[in-house]
Design a binder for this molecule. Structure first.
Ligand code: SF4
Ligand code: SF4
Ligand code: FES
Length: 238
């Protein structure tokens, strides 16, 4: 009796008219290989049985964010989800709200487009110095809670405002990136950045339920970032 049975959404655009669910029992440990520990280990094991099973992973270590999928209805990294925390039946689907390319792989273009729209790069006032742009340790430390996003898209996949596809809403990850540069002492484009977010159909579409923060595998708090940005916008009109 396998400890886990995987029920995986499959879709091959070349042959399938619609997605279907495919049940795959996880085999017991193979030969001398250690038994699968994570959902990603399980997927790699299952792919040895069915080489067409498609999913993304790069680091296998929670570092790249590539292997975000829906695991029993929650968006999470397959490499960070331990099998021992899951029930016997594990339902895997692609991240919701994004076009499925094949099986568990989705088209992340809309997610990355939202990130790019907040211009997630330093826009300093002065030309580059001869050496690096220095920043005090205290100012660097203040940025720390805003750093470390792996662009996994779990937050956006759990966000009702993103899933309703309100095109103007930047979404949690993009808002986090916007604040990360607004708060950077070396950046000189805070006003422009806030102007770009200052419209009724943008940040104020966030319902503040913090699904995004609960889902973030990197321990970041996009909901708080949105709240801080809203405060900044509100102070401008007071
Ligand atoms: S707090 Fe806002 S950004 Fe986060 S999931 Fe809820 S609606 Fe989306
Ligand atoms: S904020 Fe967290 S959940 Fe959202 S993309 Fe970045 S790492 Fe992933
Ligand atoms: S495979 Fe890179 S984060 Fe999981």
């Amino acid at each position: 009796m396998p400890a886990h049975t995987f029920i995986i959404q499959r879709f091959n655009p070349a042959t399938d008219a619609a997605a279907h669910m495919h049940t795959m029992p996880l085999p017991d440990a193979e030969g001398d290989a250690p038994p699968p520990r994570t959902v990603l280990d399980a997927l790699l094991t299952l792919r040895r049985r069915d080489a067409t099973l498609t999913f993304r992973c790069s680091s296998r270590d929670g570092a790249c964010g590539a292997d975000a999928i829906s695991i029993n209805g929650h968006s999470a990294l397959a490499s960070q989800t331990l099998l021992r925390h899951l029930p016997a039946a594990v339902v895997l689907r692609p991240l919701p709200g994004l076009r499925v390319l094949r099986d568990l792989a989705v088209d992340l273009t809309p997610f990355f487009r939202r990130i790019a729209a907040v211009q997630p790069w330093l826009r300093p006032a002065a030309a580059p110095p001869v050496h690096a742009r220095a920043q005090s340790q205290a100012r660097r430390a203040a940025l720390e809670p805003l750093l470390g996003c792996t662009l996994c898209a779990c937050c956006a996949a759990e966000c009702p405002s993103v899933l309703r596809n309100t095109g103007s809403f930047p979404g949690p990850a993009a808002a986090l990136h916007a604040l990360r540069f607004i708060a950077d002492s070396r950046d000189a484009a805070a006003t422009t950045r806030l102007n770009r977010l200052d419209a009724p159909q943008r940040l104020f579409l966030c319902r503040s339920a913090a699904n995004c923060t609960a889902a973030c595998p990197a321990g970041l708090n996009p909901a708080r970032a949105i709240a801080r940005l809203r405060q900044m916008l509100a102070r401008r009109v007071l």
